[in-house]
Design a protein around this ligand. Structure first.
Ligand SMILES: [Zn+2]
Length: 449
């Protein structure tokens, strides 16, 4: 019903400040018509709405924008990378890529689809309304699951030079031709060159050209390991960020993931080119590597938050970003709640075309409501601080994407959640057994049933 009017009223609503920050304002009603926010009204409102969403003890905010994610790998790597004594530098190449390759070989299309549905379920329930994911080009499951369950999805299918780079690029473009819905669509497909050490200058220049011609976005891993930095230095005599600059890939339509080992000069290049950095602190923290939000933010680089191939809990990632920033700077005021919320919402929205990420008339109605009535969230003196430092995905009361309520009462509508979870778990457990047999994973002892 594209022209139905929905009113969304909560105790507090997070609105953008002209300075670029955000504030929680009391007694605001958001009017949603069709896919978009029609108006934001302060004070009493008297309209004849088709539907009313009320959260008298809660807060409404823009949905989280997860700027770097691997939907398949989250469930597949769960409990495997944690506590692993694998060197952080080589984990991507020794474990993660081989296991991802094996998933493509071992799992049936139905099983892959089941795992992607689980990932979308998890993303929605944590209050994520948009995700930028980097899947393998042959896996369309994320786009199908997002279309089905109502998530806004931006896929940047992997392109590599390590195999046949022309075939790899053609496969990614075929995904775009098939699934991309255009600027007003909920399903978008861009380009995902894997990383600076797995893509040739020829390939990166071609991708920069294509992104311009197709008016689309690009995402790539940058300076995520010392191994990558050293490889790029030996091959090209420059830093990974300089390599992107020289191949034409820096710019406002590019999201670079991680930047753990960037140099100060690289931060200047990112800021000056308007490139966005996707910051994923937990995926590195679990391997003992520190990467600090404050370093990027202080340098003026537009910085969003991603969960990478870890838990997709955006609250947890946000809190980790804040705590690591405070620990590394020794300053408790670093990375405060409004700053982190802006990184989790408006920064990602701006990076992905500026059509969502703020509660503002004309933008897509991507909103979440968080109930602040639970014991760990009361009493409330500063709602933004309670939200960032104390809330969990279980406190998400509703999620609206594109004007449609896709989580209601904490449950994803339009699916049998238990069944989605069970089917995905069975598929991943079968993959793990195959990975043990292939020597990719060490075997674990199982008690016979
Ligand atoms: Zn990644």
């Amino acid at each position: 019903m594209p022209d139905q009017l929905t009113t969304v009223a909560a105790r507090w609503t997070v609105l953008p400040l002209p300075s670029g920050g955000a504030e929680a304002v009391e007694n605001v009603t958001v009017l949603v018509r069709g896919h978009r926010i029609e108006d934001v009204v302060r004070g009493p409102v008297n309209v004849d709405a088709d539907r009313r969403i009320e959260l008298p003890r809660g807060i409404v905010l823009p949905g989280f924008v997860n700027l770097h994610n691997h939907a398949l790998n989250g469930p597949v790597f769960r409990g495997i990378v944690d506590d692993a004594a694998v060197a952080a530098d080589t984990i991507v190449y020794d474990l993660l890529l081989p296991l991802g390759d094996l998933a493509g070989e071992v799992l049936t299309d139905d099983e892959l689809r089941a795992v992607y549905r689980l990932a979308v379920l998890e993303l929605l329930r944590t209050g994520t309304t948009s995700v930028l994911d980097m899947p393998r080009a042959q896996h369309h499951g994320l786009l199908e699951a997002a279309a089905e369950l109502g998530l806004r999805a931006f896929a940047a299918p992997y392109v590599f030079s390590t195999r046949d780079e022309d075939a790899s690029l053609a496969a990614a473009l075929a995904v775009a031709d098939r699934f991309d819905e255009g600027p007003d669509g909920r399903i978008r497909v861009g380009l995902g060159p894997h990383a600076t050490d797995t893509c040739s200058p020829r390939l990166l220049r071609r991708i920069a050209e294509l992104a311009g011609e197709r008016d689309t976005f690009v995402s790539i891993h940058v300076a995520q390991s010392r191994h990558e930095v050293e490889t790029v230095r030996v091959r090209h005599g420059r830093t990974p960020v300089e390599y992107l600059r020289d191949t034409g890939l820096l710019g406002p339509r590019t999201v670079v993931a991680h930047g753990v080992y960037v140099e100060d000069g690289d931060l200047d290049l990112l800021r000056e080119s308007g490139t966005t950095l996707a910051h994923c602190p937990l995926t590195f923290a679990r391997s003992g590597v520190t990467v600090a939000f404050g370093r990027f933010h202080r340098a003026g680089v537009r910085t969003g938050i991603g969960t990478d191939a870890y838990s997709f809990d955006h609250f947890g990632e946000l809190r980790a970003a804040g705590l690591v920033a405070k620990l590394t700077s020794g300053d408790g005021a670093a990375a405060d709640a409004p700053t982190l919320l802006a990184a989790a919402t408006s920064a990602g929205g701006a990076a992905l075309g500026g059509r969502f990420g703020r509660i503002e008339p004309g933008l897509f109605a991507d909103l979440i409501g968080v109930d602040l009535s639970a014991p760990h969230l009361q009493p409330v003196r500063d709602p933004l601080r309670n939200l960032v430092w104390n809330a969990t995905p279980a406190d998400v009361a509703f999620v609206m994407v594109d004007g449609r309520r896709v989580v209601d009462g904490g449950r994803v509508t339009g699916c049998d959640e238990r069944r989605v979870v069970d089917e995905a778990a069975a598929a991943v457990e079968r993959l793990w057994r195959a990975a043990e047999a292939a020597g990719v994973l060490p075997p674990i002892e199982r008690t016979p049933a």
